[in-house]
Design a protein around this ligand. Structure first.
Ligand code: HEC
Length: 203
């Protein structure tokens, strides 16, 4: 476990032995340059998702108030993910969000993702800034790089994820998400993470 975490956070300065990730012998080593490129690519996608989401959320709240924002939050992430795939047809991508306390259960973290989210919280609680974490995995018969970037809670987010929600908004959220766990956050808390997976091209 410790060895894996070290690899996740290590810089891509040396070839990564795939055996550390329990991969098939066929995929023994990933070229460090390819890994670095994939990580950079994932960051581009992550930043695009973050930027586009916030823009759509702000536009919805401005024109239709917070209730319109709720509807936007539900559809925006999958739509943007689809759009990003269309913009980068050469690479298979999956882009989404997760959290230790989800509002939509479909966003629940895998066990690896939950470990990284806990690490983000630990790093944050020590007053340091959490950075990107990644792993190499085999999925759909191919190697993929999955990376996670922390999402800090900003002022806007508190309207729907904070401790004191407007009662009618809170009622609406309860109606739509009876198992909502995503409230009680404070400014600067790590609300969750963007999760980007990109599949490596055969070389
Ligand atoms: C207008 C209300 C609203 C605002 C403002 C809002 N969110 Fe959300 N958020 C939601 C809803 C609704 C969902 C569930 C979306 C779905 O169904 O997938 C959600 C889901 C999420 C998720 C996915 C994980 C989960 O809990 O299901 C993250 C991460 C998240 N929000 C972060 C943020 C951040 C960061 C901000 C501020 C920049 C923010 N939200 C602002 C309503 C809001």
């Amino acid at each position: 476990m410790i060895r894996q975490i070290l690899l996740y956070s290590a810089l891509a300065s040396q070839a990564i032995s795939a055996s550390a990730f329990e991969l098939s012998p066929k995929s023994a080593v990933i070229d460090p340059q390819q890994l670095e490129q994939a990580l950079e690519f994932n960051q581009t996608i992550s930043k695009a998702l973050a930027g586009k989401l916030k823009k759509r959320l702000m536009a919805a709240v401005k024109s239709g108030g917070l209730e319109a924002g709720i509807a936007q939050c539900k559809i925006a992430a999958p739509e943007i993910s689809q759009q990003l795939q269309e913009e980068h047809p050469q690479v298979l991508i999956s882009a989404g969000r997760t959290s230790l306390k989800t509002r939509n259960e479909n966003n629940q973290a895998s066990s690896w993702q939950a470990e990284q989210l806990q690490a983000f919280d630990r790093i944050k609680s020590k007053g340091r800034e959490a950075g990107v974490r990644y792993r190499v995995l085999e999925s759909k018969g191919k190697l993929a790089i999955e990376s996670m970037s922390p999402i800090p809670t900003q002022g806007l987010c508190l309207n729907c994820h904070g401790s004191q929600l407007n009662p009618s908004l809170s009622a609406k959220l309860n109606e739509l998400y009876p198992n909502d766990k995503a409230t009680g956050y404070s400014l600067g808390d790590i609300r969750g993470a963007f999760v980007i997976r990109s599949w490596l091209q055969e070389q």
